[in-house]
Design a protein around this ligand. Sequence first.
Ligand SMILES: [Zn+2]
Length: 244
Amino acid sequence: MIDAYTTPWTEVRDRIAGGTTIAILPFGALEEHGPQLPLGTDTIVAVHTARLLAEHFDALLLPAISYGDTWATSGYPGTVGLSPATVTAIAVDIGRAVHSFGIRQFVILNGDFGNRLPLGAAVRALEGEGIATLQLDYPGMDAAIAEVRESVQATGGMNHAEEIETSMVWAAAPETVHPERFAPEYPVFPVDFGLRPLRLHEVSVSGVFGDPTPATPEKGHLLYDAVVAASIPIIERFVAGTTA
Ligand SMILES: [Zn+2]
């Protein structure tokens, strides 16, 4: 694994000459995650996952993007968002840059739901230029969540600042978690939730969606293990498909 942020360029050059072909970009966000978790939650979780994968594949680990498309949480002070077009442009620029010096597979590890569509647009643009790009949105996560979750989910598909995310931050960056502030909030969602854009401060006062109380670092480690195990074969197939 090469951590690009702390490595001289000459070493990157030599490792690419020696056979390193994969670069991994963790794409996070700076957004509210309740009173118990830091604004950098999505970035912390993405970086931790990306580092585990970079170690497995001996890949080039790029410094994280610590901002994302967080329009939905923009009503909470501290959340700092990018427009979708900016998210797309950042990913495209970085993909082009690493491709230019010999990286052959560009992996974007997405840590924030709001980035999904803008990063998908970047994948399409880069693939159109012949730059092999893979977007990972925590494969294996839903099955692992079903195994570990003890609390009731706030609403289908949502794991925001509750048991799951709190466990993952607690495993990766325990010094940033405030267990004495763990408190549930179960918002009442409008009947058309999911069918129109909704800024979440309209439904949750604390920014918690569910219950962080049953969170543990051990659950967080299990979730990382599951996501890494599910991601490895996907990256292997991606690499095989781009080197044939
Ligand atoms: Zn999050």
